[in-house]
Design a protein around this ligand. Structure first.
Ligand code: ATP
Ligand code: MG
Length: 759
């Protein structure tokens, strides 16, 4: 019998760096330590395994402290030409076995994961060679008969098959969107055209989503090149028609791997020449370059990387001899384990399709959300309204923003207006939420009336929590009749949903409400039924994370513990997600409640931590977590109990969470939901006309398992706790154990001799 092999795990980052790699390393290391495994950090990618020595070091809980907010990777990364050769990999196998590391987590791009797969495949034969050469003993070989491998995709390109998002993509999109917003304002001032080149050799994700998020006017991506003939002229005539409508700028986003249908590269310089030639105006080129890889990771990337890292540790520690290498990814908002070999092969297949100009197939591989986004972009940039389809009546659709303002409401309104016009309908803007309905403050809108709205925060139409009651219902019905409104779209939070539900309930009294009614979730609280995510929540999360990063810096200097209060009403989404993204050691949610015993235990843990050298404490509290144990109360209690060990400050973040320019994710979500809303409204109106139903459709749209789905409006009271204003079922509650495990070290931590401190 061979003695049980110790669970010893190596973690490395390889290939181009990507923001969020640190979060993945931190979480993988801590998750493994927590279950008693030994962990080694491998520096400089695969080269680190080949060279060994000081490039492979034992890691403790604190080796990965204080890294969440940093871009790049603490392990360093490299491209290793040696590793591509079998001889190089043989050295790697030798070193890993000498170190008794038989489980490996590789975080990198398609190349690195190919490397990991090749190492896994060659393992047995390389071990045999090493025995034949007398460098390994048969006993060693038997002990390390196989290598468990898990791959995480850390790459800003989002070009890997098997995962919807890769670590770093969302942050790169933040950088791109910030740059495009900035360029748009200067371009508009000078009436200039700009060509902006973004990264992506084989994958147009960043170019496409960047253009969609920033409201750019054209995008060139590798998977779907412009149609063959005279695309240059067609692109320019599209840009020209936008200009004729009154737009002052033209922005073309080009992926670095863009090419035409014959595979001939389209460079940003060429696009600039085209613009100058056909439009006769000054054009400038901006190549964003490595800025896209830089900066602090976004909230999404931190959370994603954290979940993937923990799952990877679990996967390699549970792996049995003979198990395939796995890729840990996210699909439809769920963590998935896939065969790494299959994902590597499929990724190559997509790249082959592009090289061989089979663009249809390449787009199919990218999936529905990608194809939809491309269609949406193409529609949004088309300035000329079209007549309705022959089988479709021209609809007059009222668009309302309701409830507390949520970043992204404007992007959603803009998309609604343009998509409605493009389908031949007439958009009507209702001012100040349902007040506009009651006071008859309703105006027709057009393509230009929403120009420049995509990047702005707040709600240009105005919003309110107003729900029509009594005589106001009559007034609202009259306005709808006067403007011959055929359908209502509410882009709003709980108050907006509530108001539309009210109209729905009053249909039997007011035939004017008997029209298609549709709600789009827009609330930073993310507390709406029928949707896993609402527009605005991602922006709020990023605002919180940005501030908490700063608070953490100030706290370290003073041995302080901060109690940070975040919004959400009775819904703990923002609190939990920001805790994961900032590494808070404790999160107080209304869903879980707070007891005196909890607080006592937290004080004990804080004291223990600070006594052992910890320098900062961070607790995040949902604003309504408990009406007695308020933020000032907890701060005072901890301060008093902390004595000389640490001091406590509170920070109530307040309305900064509702403001700010929407994140790229929220803008893209807004466009996706608006696109689907137009289709649903047409369907509902058609069904109504065809069958003359007394009862007309009334639905809430939302994202469920990665797709846009609708929930009947009558279900809302059954799905929501009306008093607490949150859905009975909240998917993110499942993430609590990971948050708890990573933030609060268990027995493993206290076993270690060395203790430092990070929240
Ligand atoms: P990104 O594309 O995001 O920058 P990447 O991981 O794709 O990252 P690459 O330079 O392609 O970056 O690969 C990184 C390293 O992975 C290479 O330097 C090499 O050591 C290893 N690697 C890549 N392809 C292979 C392969 N076919 N066989 C063995 N090792 C490989
Ligand atoms: Mg690559």
């Amino acid at each position: 019998m061979v003695p049980a092999t110790p669970a010893r795990l190596g973690v490395l980052t390889s290939g181009g760096d990507a923001q969020g790699m640190n979060a993945a390393v931190r979480s993988a290391v801590r998750a493994a330590l927590e279950v008693g495994a030994e962990v080694y950090g491998i520096y400089e990618g695969f080269q680190g395994i080949i060279e060994g020595g000081s490039l492979v070091r034992p890691f403790s809980w604190d080796s990965v402290g204080g890294v969440l907010q940093h871009g790049g990777t603490l392990l360093g990364t490299a491209r290793s030409p040696d590793f591509v050769n079998r001889e190089g990999r043989k050295k790697a196998v030798y070193n890993l076995i000498q170190l008794e590391i038989n489980r490996l987590i590789v975080i990198g791009g398609d190349g690195s994961l190919t490397g990991a797969q090749v190492l896994r495949e060659d393992w047995t034969s390389l071990v045999e060679e090493l025995i034949a050469e007398g460098r390994l003993t048969p006993l060693q070989a038997e002990k390390h008969s196989f290598l468990a491998v898990a791959g995480l995709v850390g790459s800003i390109d989002n070009d890997m098959f098997g995962t919807d998002m890769t670590i770093g993509t969302d942050t790169a999109l933040h950088r791109i969107t910030e740059a495009l917003d900035a360029i748009t304002s200067t371009a508009a001032s000078h009436q200039r055209a700009f060509v902006v080149e973004v990264m992506g050799h084989h994958c147009g994700y960043l170019a496409l989503m960047g253009a969609l998020a920033s409201g750019a006017d054209f995008a060139l991506i590798p998977e779907s090149p412009p149609n063959l003939d005279e695309w240059e002229e067609k692109m320019c005539s599209l840009l020209r028609s936008g200009r004729e409508m009154g737009r002052r700028d033209s922005i073309v986003v080009v992926a670095e791997g863009a090419h035409d249908r014959h595979g001939k590269p389209i460079s940003s310089g060429y696009v600039k020449d085209v613009l100058t030639r056909y439009l006769g105006e000054e054009a400038r080129v901006t190549v964003l370059g490595h800025v896209q890889r830089g900066g602090s990771p976004s909230a999404y990337d931190r959370v994603l990387a954290t979940l993937l890292g923990a799952s990877a540790a679990d996967a390699v520690l549970k792996a049995r001899p003979g198990d395939e290498a796995v890729l840990i990814g996210i699909q439809n908002n769920k963590i998935v384990h896939k065969s790494l070999a299959d994902c590597v092969a499929q990724t190559k297949e997509v790249n082959r399709c592009i090289h061989e100009c089979d663009f249809e197939q390449a787009m199919q591989y990218r999936g529905k959300a990608y194809i939809d986004s491309f269609r949406i972009l193409r529609t949004l940039i088309r300035a000329n309204p079209r007549p309705p389809r022959p089988d479709q009546k021209r609809l007059r659709v009222a668009v309302i923003t309701g409830g507390a303002p949520a970043p992204g409401m404007n992007a959603a309104t803009r998309a609604m207006v343009r998509l409605l016009e493009d389908s031949g309908h007439i958009p009507l803007g209702v001012k100040r939420g349902c007040r506009g309905l009651i006071n008859d403050d309703i105006q027709e809108m057009n393509w230009m009336s929403v120009n420049g709205w995509a990047p702005t925060g707040g709600a240009e139409l105005g919003s309110s929590r107003k729900c029509p009651e009594g005589a106001e219902l009559y007034a609202a019905a009259q306005s709808l009749e006067r403007h011959q409104v055929d359908a209502i779209v509410m882009i709003g939070g709980w108050a907006g949903y509530h108001a539309i539900h009210r109209l729905y309930e009053e249909r039997h009294n007011f035939p004017a409400f008997n029209i298609p009614l549709l709600c789009i979730p827009a609330s930073i609280n993310n507390n709406l039924p029928g949707s896993e995510l609402s527009i605005g929540a991602d922006t709020a999360l990023n605002s919180i994370v940005e501030v908490v990063d700063k608070i953490k810096q100030s706290a370290v200097a003073f041995n302080r513990c901060f109690i940070v209060e975040v919004m959400g009403r009775y819904c703990g989404y923002l609190a939990l997600m920001s805790a994961i993204a900032t590494g808070a050691e404790r999160v107080y949610l209304h869903e879980e409640g707070i007891t005196l015993r909890d607080l006592e235990r937290d004080i004990e843990l804080l004291k223990q931590g600070f006594q052992q050298g910890k320098r900062l404490g961070l607790m995040i509290r949902n604003e309504s977590a408990n009406s007695f144990y308020t933020t000032p109360f907890i701060a005072a209690l901890f301060d008093e109990e902390g004595g000389d060990l640490f001091e406590v400050r509170q920070s109530i973040l307040g309305h900064l969470q509702q403001g700010g320019n929407p994140s790229p994710f929220d803008r893209i979500l807004a466009a996706r939901l608006a696109w689907e809303a137009v289709r649903r409204i047409e369907e509902m109106a058609q069904r109504h006309q065809a069958k003359g139903y007394a009862e007309v459709g009334a639905v809430c749209l939302g994202i469920q398992e990665g797709d846009v789905r609708s929930t009947p409006l009558y279900m809302v009271p059954r799905l929501m706790d009306a008093e607490l204003q949150r859905p009975y079922e909240q998917w993110w509650m499942e993430l609590r154990p990971v948050a708890r495990m990573l933030a609060q070290p268990g027995p493993a931590y206290f076993r270690q001799a060395e203790l430092g401190g990070e929240a």
